[in-house]
Ligand binder design. Structure first.
Ligand code: CA
Length: 347
């Protein structure tokens, strides 16, 4: 059994005239839409919902253009749309089309992302991670970029922002993980491979991570040389969920790193409870660390705690020799940054 949320091709845009059921968390929104758009569409007010018959892309275009004049962002997030063949005879598959109006608007706006997902157009860049003593490369972090139809690249931040808004995060994150594994193999990387993952994109590790693990095994990876980096961990409110994912990766033979440590107090707490194999120290603490005593204190605190817990440390964003020698003196194990190489798609 596969996780349908991540495995199935992303949402196709419904084309042509559709029967649309629109409901909202608060009934005043229905009245507002009815009054503002009854000249644009065929709308029937059915009390608890609106029944609209309209070309779906035109419906989304008009609703999108009305923001923020008529509908606020919060309202867009609390208005739900269901597309159906016959509103009087709903079928189970009709419920799968339910999304907020905001998500539908993003799906129509995220053309580039949609194209990237449909064509698996993810390019993996690699950035070296070195041992601070020998300067030998001990691994590479895989960084995903989208390749648009016109050949230009979409930055990861933009891809993930759009994906989250359009409710495609699950699909994008899975695609990036798999592409990273494939590209690292194509580039014959034999050192450790660091792969980012967004915990919020995983509901249940057993189902959501099955393909990732399958691909790693199929490509004959030494699983202990694959490290999954928990990114955006500051947004995690549910530690049990994260712990479950980390345990799942570990029990499958992989290693786990906590990304951007230091960027929020929660990370110190996470470090103690989650006990990852590796922590990556946020680049904001590395920048000019030789000149800013407070940053030194933070890095020292992280490395001490990590050493106590048997966790290895990586300083991110090292750009100068001064920064490098300072983090080395502070006891950091590994370093990553422009001083050792920019991300590249070919090694
Ligand atoms: Ca990372």
């Amino acid at each position: 059994m596969v996780c349908r949320r991540c495995e199935v091709t992303p949402w196709e845009k419904p084309l042509g005239v559709k029967e649309i059921i629109l409901y909202a968390s608060h009934e005043y929104m229905l009245q507002k839409i009815y009054e503002n758009f009854r000249n644009d569409f065929t709308i029937e007010h059915q009390g608890e919902y609106l029944r609209i018959t309209e070309d779906f892309s035109n419906f989304i275009r008009v609703m999108s253009a009305s923001h923020p004049r008529v509908l606020t962002t919060t309202e867009l997030q609390n208005i739900y749309i269901m597309i159906c063949q016959n509103p009087d005879l709903l079928k189970p598959q009709d419920f799968k089309s339910i999304r907020t109006l905001e998500q539908w608007i993003y799906i129509y706006q995220a053309d580039d992302l949609q194209w990237i997902l449909e064509h698996n157009a993810i390019v993996t860049y690699f950035q070296a991670i070195v041992d601070v003593h020998s300067r030998a490369v001990i691994g590479y972090e895989c960084l995903s970029r989208g390749k648009k139809q016109d050949g230009s690249l979409m930055a990861p931040k933009e891809m993930f922002r759009l994906a989250e808004k359009a409710d495609l995060l699950f699909y994008l994150d899975r695609l990036c993980r798999i592409q990273s594994l494939r590209s690292a193999k194509e580039n014959a990387i034999t050192t450790t491979v660091f792969i980012n993952f967004v915990p919020n994109a995983i509901y249940n590790p057993e189902f959501c991570l099955r393909t990732t693990i399958h691909v790693a095994k199929e490509l004959h990876y030494d699983l202990s040389k694959v490290v999954f980096e928990v990114t955006e961990s500051y947004r995690i409110e549910n530690y049990e969920h994260l712990q479950m994912i980390i345990d799942y990766y570990r029990n499958s033979g992989f290693k786990v790193a906590l990304d951007d440590v230091g960027s929020g107090f929660a990370n110190f707490e996470m470090l103690m409870y989650l006990k990852p194999d590796i922590v990556k120290i946020d680049m904001n603490f590395v920048r000019n660390v030789h000149r800013e005593p407070l940053k030194k204190v933070v890095i020292m605190a992280i490395t001490r705690l990590a050493q106590e817990l048997g966790i290895k440390t990586i300083a991110e964003g090292v750009e100068t020799e001064e920064e490098f020698s300072t983090i080395k003196d502070l006891g950091v194990d590994y370093a990553q940054g422009y001083l050792f190489g920019k991300p590249t798609s070919r090694l």
